[in-house]
Each structure stands twice: as structure tokens, then as C-alpha cells.
Design a protein around this ligand. Structure first.
Ligand SMILES: Nc1nc2c(ncn2[C@@H]2O[C@H](COP(=O)(O)OP(=O)(O)OP(=O)(O)O)[C@@H](O)[C@H]2O)c(=O)[nH]1
Length: 379
């Protein structure tokens, strides 16, 4: 049953959000040399203002600090996320957090110089601080400890400097803080969208690997996993398990006569018809291969399985797909049913072979029918 198969897909999904975040970070850090140029250029302007208003030594010292802190920060940013295993690299992450704090402090230190600067320099430096933070936010917000370290580096000196600022500068700082807040909000929601997008893509590709593309029901991989699970559960609960092997009759002739496209459409319709007859929780209809399907029925006796097989035979006949090369004149199926009260010592493969043998008997006995067998326990 499609529903159950999807349930298994979600259950079997091995998704590691941490690895995903790392992958995102690598993506964000990759090819962002424009950010580095912005920091270099805006840092240079700010250094020139400091040099002009306070002295060349201060300007150069500040610029050197900014460059060293950012170089360290970028270097670690590239190294840390080469491996997706963040938890194994805690020490390196701590270094990265420190580097982010130093890079942030580079900008925050400008706030300490604000009371000593002329009005145009103040305005320019606040704008530059704003640009620096805006450029850094989208990258840093992905990984919160790094973001907080950077933000603390910028804002703690700014807050400490506020008692020494005049009214006009305070206003400018307020405007800058509002702009930074808005940017933070916008970039956080943008990154959330990116993360959700990556997550959905991963879920879709994982699901695709369990689904048969042509018919939309579970594929052979899904059958193998689901059958082993149902077998284990039935043996633990000591309840019967039935397996049906289903094959479309004279399908080669159908293909030859009506073409491969019509053959595909026929398989789709048969799959949906079978799926519609096995809707109990624990039922699963999968494509076993080619024009063969497998139906696993949990906690289902032979009697119940026979009833379901009758419904399936009818449902496929009712599709009324013309088949000129069949004695039944429409597309029909043959079914082999095996039922067992399984134990963990039984041979699952032997059980599948018994269902297959029943299917061949159904073919030999005229097709468009089901044959069955209760399988004794085989150690
Ligand atoms: N259109 C289509 N044909 C497929 C697909 N998978 C397998 N087939 C065809 O299914 C046919 C199976 O033929 P056979 O195994 O000889 O069985 P049959 O003709 O159904 O004969 P019986 O089983 O004895 O009734 C082959 O011609 C395959 O090419 C598919 O995905 N699409």
C-alpha cells in the first residue's frame, strides 16, 4: 500500500540536521570573495577616518587588527566545514567562535573612538559598521555560537561607549541598531527558507529511492525492507503472514501488440487496482520487478488472503483493458499466495519461493486465477 510504504520511507529516513547545517555553511562560505573585498575596502575607509581625526598610528593599528582577525576568521571558516562531522571537531569550532569574536571586536572597537571623531566621520563609520554587520549576518546566523561571538564583539564596545556619546551620535547609533535588527530578521528568515528547501529536497530524494517511478507504489528495495519488518513483527506477535506474488498475464504479447507506452500505462493501472484492494494498516503492495508485484499482508490468514485475491482479480478484470492476444480478451493477472505463521528461525527466502511456485501453478492452470499454499515452518 502506498501509504504504508511512505510511512516506512519516513521511518527509514536517516537525516542528520547537523550535517545539513554544515553543508549549508560550506555553501555559504564558498565563493564569497566579494564579502572579503567589502571588508577590506570599508575597513580601509574607516581606518583613513581614524587616521585623519585621531592619528595615523591609531588608524594603521586598527586596520592591522581588523585584517588579522578577519583573515583568521575566514581561514577557520573554510577549514571547519570541510568535514560534515561538527561534533568531532569541537576544538576547532571553539577557535572559530573566538576568531568571530575578534573579527566582531575589530568593528566594535570603532565605537570606542566615536566620541573623538568629527561628525562626518561618525556618520561614515556608523554606516560602515552597519555594512560590515549586514555583510556578515547571513553567513554567521547559520551557526549561532559564531553569530553571537561576532555580535558581542561589535555591540559590547558600542554599548559601553554610549554613556560617552552626545545626543546626536546616540540617535545615529539607534538608527544603525534598528537597521541591523531588520537585517538580522530578514537574513534569518531567508536562511530558514534555504534550510527547509534543502531538507525537502533530501526527503524527496530519499523517498524517490523507495518508490517505483513508473507506478508510484513501493519498489523492490521497499519490498525487501518492509517484508523483513513484517516477518519479524509477525513472528514476535505469533500471527500469520501472507505473501502474494502477482504477475500480469501475457504481458509480453500485450507490449508487442499495443506498444511499450500502453504496457507502462497497463502496469500503472494494475498497480493502482492492487493497491486499492489492500488498504489495511500493515498491507503493502510493491513492484517486485518487471510486470510482477508483491503484496505483503500482515496478520492475515490464508482465508482472508484468498478473499483479498478475489477482490484483486476482479479489480484488474474491471479495468477492462482490451488484450486481443489473451483468451480472456482483457488484461488479467495470476496470483500465488503463501501463508505462514513465521518464527525468526524460518527461511524467508524459502517462503518467497513457495509463493512463486503457487504463481507458476496459477499460470499453468489457465491464468486469471490464484493458487495458494500454507507453508510449514522450515528451520
Ligand atoms: N511496458 C513495460 N513492459 C515491461 C516492463 N517491465 C517488464 N516488461 C515486459 O514484460 C514482459 C514480461 O514477459 P514474460 O516474462 O514473458 O511474461 P508474460 O508475457 O506476461 O507471460 P506470462 O507471465 O506467462 O503470462 C517482457 O516483455 C518485458 O519486456 C515495464 O516497465 N514496462
Amino acid at each position: 500500500m502506498t501509504k504504508i510504504t511512505k510511512g516506512n520511507v519516513i521511518k527509514n529516513l536517516e537525516f542528520d540536521p547537523h550535517a545539513l547545517a554544515c553543508e549549508e555553511l560550506r555553501h555559504v562560505y564558498r565563493g564569497k570573495s566579494s564579502n572579503q573585498l567589502i571588508v577590506l575596502f570599508s575597513g580601509f575607509i574607516a581606518a583613513a577616518m581614524l587616521a585623519w581625526d585621531i592619528g595615523i598610528v591609531y588608524g594603521c593599528a586598527w586596520y592591522a587588527w581588523l585584517l588579522v582577525a578577519h583573515a583568521w576568521h575566514w581561514w577557520l571558516g573554510r577549514l571547519d566545514f570541510v568535514s560534515a562531522n561538527i561534533s568531532a571537531e569541537l576544538a576547532r569550532i571553539n577557535r572559530h567562535v573566538m576568531a568571530a569574536a575578534f573579527a566582531g571586536l575589530g568593528w566594535g572597537a570603532l565605537a570606542i573612538a566615536l566620541p573623538l571623531l568629527s561628525r562626518p566621520s561618525k556618520a561614515a563609520i556608523l554606516i560602515i559598521m552597519l555594512i560590515g554587520v549586514i555583510v556578515a549576518l547571513p553567513r554567521l546566523v547559520v551557526f549561532l555560537p559564531i553569530f553571537f561571538a561576532f555580535a558581542a564583539g561589535v555591540y559590547v564596545p558600542l554599548l559601553l561607549a554610549t554613556p560617552f556619546l552626545d545626543f546626536e551620535t546616540l540617535h545615529m547609533v539607534m538608527v544603525m541598531l534598528v537597521a541591523v535588527g531588520a537585517t538580522l530578521w530578514a537574513s534569518a528568515s531567508e536562511i530558514r527558507k534555504i534550510l527547509i528547501d534543502v531538507l525537502l529536497k533530501q526527503v524527496a530524494s530519499e523517498q524517490a529511492s523507495w518508490e517505483d517511478k513508473l507506478t508510484g507504489i513501493g519498489n523492490r528495495r521497499s519490498f525487501d525492507t518492509n517484508f523483513a519488518n513484517q516477518w519479524a513483527q509477525a513472528s514476535r506477535a505469533k500471527v500469520p503472514l501472507s505473501l502474494m506474488m502477482v504477475d500480469v498475464d501475457f504481458f509480453k504479447k500485450f507490449n508487442d501488440n499495443y506498444g511499450h507506452q500502453a504496457g507502462d500505462e497497463c502496469l500503472r493501472q494494475v498497480a493502482q487496482a492492487l493497491d486499492g484492494c489492500a488498504r489495511r494498516a500493515g498491507d503493502s503492495v510493491t513492484r517486485y520487478g518487471g510486470e510482477e508485484f508483491a503484496v505483503v499482508l500482515f496478520h492475515t490468514s490464508l482465508n482472508e488472503a484468498q478473499n483479498i485475491s478475489e477482490k484483486m482479480l476482479n479489480a484488474v478484470r474491471k479495468l477492462a483493458m482490451p488484450h486481443a492476444q489473451s483468451p480472456h480478451e482483457v488484461v488479467t493477472i495470476s496470483m500465488g499466495i503463501a501463508t505462514i505463521l513465521p518464527t525468526m528461525h524460518d527461511d524467508m527466502q524459502h517462503f518467497v519461493e513457495q509463493a512463486d511456485k503457487c504463481l507458476y501453478r496459477a499460470k499453468e492452470n489457465g491464468r486469471n486465477r490464484a493458487e495458494w499454499q500454507v507453508v510449514a515452518n522450515v528451520k
